[in-house]
Design a protein around this ligand. Structure first.
Ligand code: GLV
Ligand code: MN
Ligand code: MN
Length: 395
């Protein structure tokens, strides 16, 4: 039988790596991230799984022979919550450990590296799934200009051979919802139908740095005013193409020189947009590009746009999804639903290799990617039970 107190105790132990108040700071390849991976590796080893780190730092605990893969990621946002990713990894560990104790079925565990996108987004699973090469990933930089190639040297001699995806029959990821739907409805389980697609690019607007007291307004080429005008125009124009489920975010802004008496000469910012429909992602992109072109012409700015990164929307595999639905009916009768995922997940990349499915438990107040992120203990345990049952254990 699964051991819910062992599961909760492990979850709280993982929280201690990089703990900051109620949140966690454990970005990919940080000292805390690697210490957490070492602890997880040790738990996997004690559970009788074969531990393997690949070149990206993805951590696998492998069962013998063909197995079902469960897991998520254990890196966090720069200031993140304690459950995003961690829940799916620790629940996978508990299910695999119980399966070993009961003599089957064969369950393997994974904690992917850099899901939170220090170097772009779901980088560890993107390389493992073949979406990008290790060489391409190595060239990516974080917001401080450190390359992934430099960062992953911190994995040291842990790195072993690649892990062959052909040994896995499928992948199931348990995750917190990270949105308000289940919490508002008083429900416990969301069985995911599909995961949205996203696109993201870095944009640099260059104007003329100048004196904030002597430069007449009409003569300024102010990079911040450019960003501000772009944002207002974008919010207006996107109304013509989006649905209430479409989202867009300017989440990182670096203004230079960022001083109160200087007209800003340059701004570098991230532009991200998400939607469940591929055509709409394209239409949003052309609105963004048009608004940018108009604003730089009007304000007299230079424009440099980086490559557009992204992941396409992905549907979950019907057979695995049906197993989750049957388990949800059993564990949380009348308190579960089917729902799309607005957050990105490693499951999107893994779907290139094998059937994948996902389930959610509620996020209190719909808060995530923030220190306040939390989930009621009963709901964490309900998620574990559904995962265990769908993986072939009796909850
Ligand atoms: C991953 O956490 C995301 O940005 O959805
Ligand atoms: Mn996550
Ligand atoms: Mn996240």
């Amino acid at each position: 039988m699964i051991n819910t107190s062992r599961f909760l105790s492990d979850l709280h132990h993982l929280r201690s790596f990089g703990a900051q108040g109620s949140g966690v700071i454990r970005p990919a390849y940080s000292h805390e991230d690697i210490a957490a991976r070492d602890w997880l590796a040790n738990q996997m080893d004690e559970a009788g799984l074969t531990v393997r780190f690949d070149a990206m730092g993805n951590l696998f605990g492998l069962a013998e022979g063909r197995s079902l893969l469960l897991g998520s990621h254990s890196d966090t946002q720069p200031t993140g919550g304690w459950l995003d990713g961690a829940l799916g990894v620790v629940a996978a560990l508990e299910v695999a450990r119980t399966a070993r104790e009961m003599g089957g079925p064969a369950i393997s565990v994974v904690s992917f590296q850099d899901e939170e996108g220090r170097f772009g987004g779901t980088t560890g699973s993107a390389v493992w799934s073949g979406l990008m090469t290790l060489t391409e990933a190595d060239a990516a930089t974080d917001t401080n200009g450190i390359t992934l190639a430099q960062a992953r040297t911190a994995m040291g001699d842990r790195v072993g051979a690649d892990v062959d995806p052909a040994q896995f029959s499928g992948f199931i990821e348990l995750h917190i919802e990270q949105g308000p739907t289940l919490d508002a409805a008083g429900e416990q389980i969301g069985v995911v139908t599909d995961i949205v697609g996203y696109r993201e690019m870095m944009v640099t607007l260059t104007g003329q740095q100048n004196h904030a007291g002597t430069t007449p307004m009409a003569l300024r080429r102010d990079a911040f005013q450019g960003l501000s005008a772009f944002n207002a125009r974008l919010n207006d124009r996107l109304q013509n193409v989006v649905t209430p489920q479409s989202v867009w975010t300017i989440g990182h802004v670096a203004l230079a020189p960022n001083a109160s008496s200087i007209v800003p000469g340059q701004v570098r910012f991230s532009m991200q947009w998400r939607d469940g429909n591929r055509d709409r992602l394209d239409r949003m992109q052309s609105v963004i590009e048009t608004a940018l072109a108009e604003v730089v012409a009007e304000v007299g700015l230079g424009l440099e746009s980086g490559a557009v990164l992204g992941l396409e929307p992905v549907a979950m595999a019907p057979a695995l999804r049906a197993r989750l639905e049957a388990a949800a009916k059993d564990v949380a009768p009348g308190r579960w639903r089917q729902m799309p995922s607005g957050a990105l997940h490693d499951a999107t990349n893994v779907a290139r290799l094998m059937p994948v499915a996902m389930l959610f438990v509620p996020s209190i107040g719909g808060i995530s990617h923030a220190f306040e992120e939390d989930t009621a203990e009963d709901d964490l345990v309900a998620g574990l039970r559904v995962l265990a049952q769908a993986a072939g254990l009796s909850g």
